[in-house]
Design a protein around this ligand. Sequence first.
Ligand code: ADP
Length: 259
Amino acid sequence: EDPFARGTPEPDPIPGVEDVVLVASGKGGVGKSTVAANLACALARRGRRVGIVDADIYGPSVARMMGTGQGLDLDEQGRVIPAHSHAVWSVSVANALPPEAAVVWKGPLVAQAVMQMFREVAWPDLEILLVDLPPGTGDVQLTILEQVPVTGAVIVSTPQRLAAVDAERGIAMFHDLDIPVFGVVENMDAYVCPCCGERQRLFAEGGVELLARRRHVRYLGGIPLDPGAQELADSGRPLVVAAPESEAAKAFDRVAEAV
Ligand code: ADP
């Protein structure tokens, strides 16, 4: 690992944090936040010390999914104390702002707010800090890649062709910037019948696997559509915690094992 490989100096480490892992997607609504929350819980259940930064400033949902409150507590040094739920530490812009605030933010303010979630937080010692990125390849991504030492990225896509095309664009951006891509997660790849357990594909099979092969990244596995996911997300308990025996929870655990 050559610190000069990127041609620019490596950003300062986040104190206490070993690895920063981005959870990214080309499109919104593919389940990136769901994957981030469940992956974090699955890693924590495997004994890893995990945190999440909710950097999806235009649609922050980690606080809701992880069931953390609205408030924001500060320590004596004025640093944010991360919320702690399901054995995972998390920080979200949603905790600091009313829901309507983010949409009117201008670029520099966004960059500043995002960086505060990394550097002005009293993180405990963490092995992995997952980052729920906004969809696409915009300013927030570039700010983070510039200012945070990123270990790698996990890409989330759904099976539809258009989602995979946008996911590929995301992979290309990370590769251009010499950020390792750990692999692609295919969310909502199938429906498992709750009565008989039969697994039905919802869209044509193989697009995301093909994309992974074409870009030389790992296919980390598929997560079935789980009708309970939405309700559980709204109740602040990710599937991995609330329904660990479900097919989707087991699939998330396999991704956690692979990451
Ligand atoms: P993104 O972060 O990519 O915008 P979300 O994680 O917010 O996407 O998910 C979008 C919607 O899809 C949410 O309502 C979520 O509950 C639902 N969802 C995501 N993954 C699954 C799944 N595997 N099964 C069922 N619903 C899911």
